[in-house]
Design a protein. Structure first.
Length: 473
């Protein structure tokens, strides 16, 4: 990537330096013609090329500076140097056009100037036209490839030179024709050609000036904000696009996007979505992207999701959320996990606060019952000298494997482990069940099996069953 960046910068600098050399050559040729012909058209072209030389030097310097990396004083980089360079070039173009207009009106109405057209003048102008065409095309290609506004401005200058030089050639040819055919009124063709050149300069300069001024004032490129908003709004996980801001510095864009996401989304999910949004925007326009996510309740949010969102906002862990509608009243139950080191008073305070937030969701029209249990951060170890109780493990496995006749959902039991941990006997096992069963039914069956094991073996304090689907043949 560093090598590629260096190649890009080198190509831009080479194009800018070539522009400086071409401009210097054209200034020399056209200054020579001014002395030989006295043509206002040629003089306007010489002045235009002189300012082009100055603009080319400014472009070369700005390209060198704009590609410098961001630093502490310029965190957004130095790209606006190119925009400023293009703005300065616009001012130079307008000054040139104003002088040409002044000189043209002076020659048309107040002062006569003798023009000496010649074959040499026309040949030199055709040579200048070829240089203009070649340089304009080369600069335009590099400007498009690297999105360089400074090089694009330079390319526009030489594009105007192509048209203006053509107009000047026509003006000199008409003056020459007037002398040859005794048509004295054609002497004004040179001044009119100068006015035409000024008109081209003002037209192109106004377009370039508007664009560079927009860049300096951080105006968003036309249609880009809407395109980005539409593309991001269609992405899965984005509820709405609240705002998109785009600013440009040189050939770089900076995009700020504010989007709404489901308030129950985890931090990891929001981070992954932000990465996806940055990538999608980068496909539309190469840019530095900042995404801000706002939590929102999605339209038609389920009651349970709203309850989980409330708990998540308060930093509480809950599970087993259930609700019952009876006699026009809603009964909500859930399990709240709290720090195992809390006292009942502190844990009850958390539960009461959560209950109040849930009641706000229902406007107070519900009964809420919260079961409090320890969050469980302690990692226990088996009691010393006892280890795994293998005999009891076999007895539990054999007992559960006698229950398929009673529980049609159960296929078999395996991987049974029984251990004594901190003076409590704990059992865990895997139970294979029919894979097509709904998870609610599986949950009811596992709860019933756990109760049956504890009835059969009262010494077991807790049973944990992991259900898994039977492999279908």
């Amino acid at each position: 990537m560093a090598i590629r960046l260096g190649e890009d910068v080198g190509e831009k600098k080479a194009a800018a330096l070539l522009s400086v050399g071409s401009a210097a050559l054209l200034v020399s040729l056209k200054a020579f013609l001014v002395l030989r012909t006295g043509s206002l058209g040629v003089l306007s072209e010489a002045l235009h090329s002189g300012l082009d030389l100055l603009a080319a030097i400014i472009t070369f310097l700005s390209v060198r500076m704009s590609d410098l990396p961001a630093d502490e004083k310029h965190p957004y980089g130095h790209g606006k140097v190119e925009n400023f360079s293009a703005f300065v070039e616009t001012g130079l173009l307008i000054l040139t056009a104003v002088y040409i207009v002044y000189e043209a009106f002076d020659r048309l109405f107040f002062r006569a100037v003798h023009i000496q057209p010649s074959v040499t003048a026309l040949l030199v102008l055709f040579c200048a036209l070829a240089i203009d065409l070649t340089r304009a095309r080369a600069l335009s290609n590099v400007a498009k490839k690297h999105s360089s506004e400074a090089l694009e401005a330079d390319a526009l200058h030489f594009s105007t030179d192509v048209w203006s030089t053509t107009v000047v050639i026509a003006g000199i040819a008409l003056v020459w024709a007037g002398e040859a055919w005794n048509l004295p009124w054609l002497v004004y063709a040179d001044a009119l050609a100068g006015l035409a050149v000024a008109g081209v300069i003002l037209w192109v300069g106004s377009r370039l000036g508007r664009r560079t001024l927009d860049a300096l004032l951080d105006a968003a490129p036309e249609g880009l904000q809407q395109e980005i908003a539409r593309a991001v709004g269609r992405m899965e996980g984005v509820l709405d696009v609240d705002r998109v801001r785009v600013r440009r510095a040189g050939n770089r864009h900076f995009v700020d996007a504010t989007v709404s996401v489901a308030r129950t989304a985890s931090l990891e999910q929001v981070h992954a979505l932000s990465d996806a949004i940055e990538k999608r925007i980068g496909e539309i326009v190469p840019s530095d992207v900042m995404v801000h996510a706002e939590p929102r309740a999605p339209q038609g949010e389920h009651l349970f999701e709203a309850i989980r969102a409330v708990a998540q906002r308060k930093g509480l862990a809950i599970h087993d959320v259930t609700a019952l509608q009876q006699d026009g009243k809603l009964f909500i139950e859930l399990h709240l996990e709290v720090d195992e080191n809390l006292s009942l008073r502190e844990a009850h305070r958390q539960a009461t606060e959560l209950e109040g937030e849930i009641l706000k969701i229902r406007d107070g029209s519900a009964d809420v019952n919260i079961h409090i249990e320890p969050l469980g951060r302690h990692i226990a170890t088996p009691d010393a000298g006892i280890g795994e109780m293998k005999q009891l493990s076999h007895l539990v496995e054999d007992f559960i494997n006698t229950l398929p006749a009673e529980f049609d959902e159960l296929v078999n039991c395996h991987d049974v482990h029984v251990r004594q941990v901190e003076r409590h006997i704990l059992a865990s096992c895997h139970c294979t069940m029919k894979g097509a069963l709904p998870i609610t039914q599986v949950h009811d069956v596992t709860a019933a099996l756990e109760d049956r094991v504890k009835e059969k073996f009262p010494q077991i304090a807790r049973v944990t069953i992991h259900p898994e689907p039977a492999e279908e043949k």
